[in-house]
Write a protein that binds this ligand. Structure first.
Ligand SMILES: *Cc1c(COP(=O)(O)O)cnc(C)c1O
Length: 245
């Protein structure tokens, strides 16, 4: 088990390195985030004890279950799943430093209220639905600027960039179009010069499409399967808005 994970991490780091070289980018511009949904704490610990520092869960329940076992190992926790408005309190309890899946104003407002109460701030990325699939979470590209303007007024929330899940397709150019769109939105937002908004991070690319994402400017790739192996649940369990989670 340990050897497999370490070997997989080595391969992923190589893939990131080659993709950066190919794109003429420095490999320290791209962070590796481990998507740990369904992964046991034993396996996560192997990664954290061998150089990895950034992990993310999709569900508050899993975050909660693993929290005690992982909290003494130095690492950073992001949240990358659909966040229910009534779970914002928990996100603060379990030391999440960045919610990458902020996609609506009512959630932002709830988070802000909670953060104010606790005297804290939180990094956020705005999740955009770039693949035009109805079942996916994320704000529609046409509404991103407006959402960001509104969220920027909530001063406990520090907008650091954008996140997307690319189209699931073997047709690389269709996947690439999603990443290009996220980059284009980033540039548009930068031009608007909105106070309290940074646009440095582009969280895009996963096990199957990280090379394309890096070519298009990704700064955070989120990898699960390629490090920890296939999961027992289909991704629709986490991503499909039509399934009532
Ligand atoms: C599961 C997940 C990933 C990682 O996907 P893999 O294909 O297993 O690498 C990335 N981002 C999000 C939002 C996820 O839910």
């Amino acid at each position: 088990m340990k050897e497999d994970i370490l070997h997989n991490l080595e391969i992923i780091n190589q893939r990131i390195k080659y993709a950066c070289e190919k794109a003429g980018r420095n490999s320290d511009e791209v962070k590796l985030l481990l998507a740990t949904k369904t992964v046991s704490v034993e396996r996560i610990k192997i990664a954290l004890k061998n150089g990895q520092t950034l992990i993310a869960e999709n569900k508050v329940q899993e975050l909660k279950e693993k929290y005690e076992d992982l909290k003494d190992i130095p690492h950073e926790n992001h949240f990358i799943g659909h966040l229910q408005t009534n779970k914002t309190k928990d996100i603060l309890k379990y030391d999440v430093s960045c919610v990458q899946s902020l996609d609506r104003l009512d959630l932002a407002e709830k988070l802000h209220q909670r953060l104010l109460l606790e005297g804290k701030t939180m990094d956020v990325l705005i999740q955009v639905n770039t693949s035009n699939e109805e079942s996916k979470f994320g704000i529609h590209p046409d509404n991103v600027v407006e959402l960001i303007k509104n969220v920027s007024k909530l001063d406990t929330l520090k907008i650091k960039g954008l996140m997307t899940i690319g189209l699931f397709s073997v047709e690389t150019e269709k996947v690439r179009a999603c990443f290009k769109l996220l980059k284009k939105l980033q540039q548009e937002i930068i031009q608007q010069n909105i106070p309290n908004v940074e646009m440095k991070e582009l969280s895009m690319g996963m096990s199957g499409d990280l090379e394309t994402a890096i070519e298009e400017g990704s700064t955070i790739v989120r990898v699960g399967t390629a490090v920890f192996g296939t999961r027992i649940y289909p991704d629709s369990y986490y991503w499909d808005e039509t399934l009532n989670l």
